[in-house]
Design a protein around this ligand. Sequence first.
Ligand code: 5AD
Ligand code: SF4
Length: 461
Amino acid sequence: MTPPRKLHIKSYGCQMNVYDAQRMADTLAGEGFVETTEADDADLVILNTCHIREKASEKVYSELGRLRATKEEAARQGRQVRIAVAGCVAQAEGAEIMRRAPVVDIVVGPQSYHHLPQLLARSRAGEPAVETEFPVDDKFSFLPLPKAEAIRARGISAFVTVQEGCDKFCTFCVVPYTRGAEVSRPASKIIDEVKRLADNGVREITLIGQNVNAYHGEGCDGRTWSLGALLTRLADIPGVARLRYSTSHPRDVDDSLIAAHRDLRALMPFVHLPVQSGSDRILAAMNRRHTARDYLKVVERFRTACQDIAFSSDFIVGFPGETASDFSDTLALVAQIGYAAAYSFKYSPRPGTPAAEMRETVSAADMDERLARLQDLIDSQQSAFNRAAIGRIVDVLFERAARNPGQIVGRTAYLQPAHVMAPPDIIGQVKPVRIESLERYSLLGELASTNPAAILSPTGA
Ligand code: 5AD
Ligand code: SF4
């Protein structure tokens, strides 16, 4: 028997890349590949790349430099290693990658990776193996479902792509070009995938899409379903304890999504709702097609339906033409909302996007200063939000053993990590935990159910 071939996938960027990497592994499992955590002993290395900001793209080329040494060393030992570049850099740059980095054997875009086995065969035959078209066939119809062992090995929380691509064309963003037009998967396919995950121990499902709440897939009744309708159906699947979704656009929040937050216990009250800027002038230049006030109104709708809801967001500082006053509007919006967490980035011009042509750039020093101020404000809000959990009893979904012996790590509804002394068989269960302290970003607590006195008397008196 020939030994299995080894596959190493390194993913950069967003949650969809994590999901795509798993589906690539599932596809290549059919070709006899098993995954390895080490690039050095792999026969095939895939870099699943991100093009969202310049730094993310540049990381790929430095990694390819390192892999050239790995490949040469393997060749000296008589072993052939193949290198594939997948993801959004592959889509954006195509065959150019091979000219810049001849170490690369295969280039495959995010809509074509179901063809990896054929591309591998072409590469072995010494033919060019580049595929970055948006194929007419839908990759989901070709991807094999993951094996039960693979699902179990990946843990109790899983991503499921429900929607891909984006038609919004924010002027700074490459996504509409690298991931293509918005496409929603039919509900029945998503339900089958979620059932299979739940049957194999997955307890938390995060529905993902570049613009997930624009979901408009074919429903089981033949009508078009919104994300709210899909979540409502998925909440009925036995074993699904928690549902989440990411990333949403404020303009696509409809009443069915708000109702889902009001009605579904499984739907976690934590929404990632990027706003990018608090200045209406900049929001218009970004082609966001909403104002700061529109965004506040959307947040209010969520809060009215679900009192304990919390938000995270994305921000860009230093978008072309952003003045000190525009930036103050961003700080004011953050102060008004009060986030549980948020990501902020310096604007990075992306080739081919309209904003890359804009002249009024912001100086590097101003960008640095604004980023630091915004991150300080967000950090203080996040710390206050985390501290507010101390002394409370909150539900935690337990995920895995912690580094500290005897401790198990789980997450609260707001994705805060919580460390608790507990037996390992608690993994996969949701249990009430009394939060006692906060260490950096991690909550520490004890199981409330094993100590009923703690529930009755939070002071312990
Ligand atoms: N420069 C900086 N940040 C960007 N993002 C998207 N494009 C750019 C860019 N050109 C950020 C946005 C988006 C997140 C995924 O990445 O905030 O919501
Ligand atoms: Fe990019 Fe999101 Fe805007 Fe779509 S909605 S263009 S993915 S930032």
